[in-house]
Design a protein around this ligand. Structure first.
Ligand SMILES: [Zn+2]
Length: 109
């Protein structure tokens, strides 16, 4: 009985954490588009912290929106460069210059 009760509380906490992450990333995106990168970075950092605390993965697509070196929120064309070459996607953080490369999955069709 006890375990069950705690599991329920845990699930509830995780749900709230996910909600907060989604909200913070949404706000970060809006701030970033408004050109307020300081606020965007702040919101993104908070979202990341919550995610790490509860061991939650970033929502789809957002794992590419962080620089792993300087932890800044990356906005394509503003402070990040996305390029494809020879089947790979390379992404450069224009804040600190870090470059990340990953293979693009071949389309199955
Ligand atoms: Zn960086």
């Amino acid at each position: 009985m006890r375990k069950n009760r705690f599991e329920k509380a845990k699930n509830k906490r995780l749900g709230i954490a996910r909600e907060r992450i989604a909200m913070l990333l949404d706000m970060a995106e809006k701030r970033a588009l408004a050109g307020e990168m300081d606020l965007a970075n702040r919101y993104a950092l908070l979202a990341r912290k919550i995610g790490m605390r509860y061991n939650l993965p970033m929502p789809k697509g957002f794992n590419l929106r962080f620089c792993r070196r300087c932890l800044k929120y990356l906005v394509p064309a503003r402070n990040a460069r996305f390029r494809t070459s020879s089947g790979r996607l390379s992404r450069q953080c224009l804040e600190c210059g870090a470059v990340y490369r990953m293979p693009l999955k071949p389309r199955s069709s």
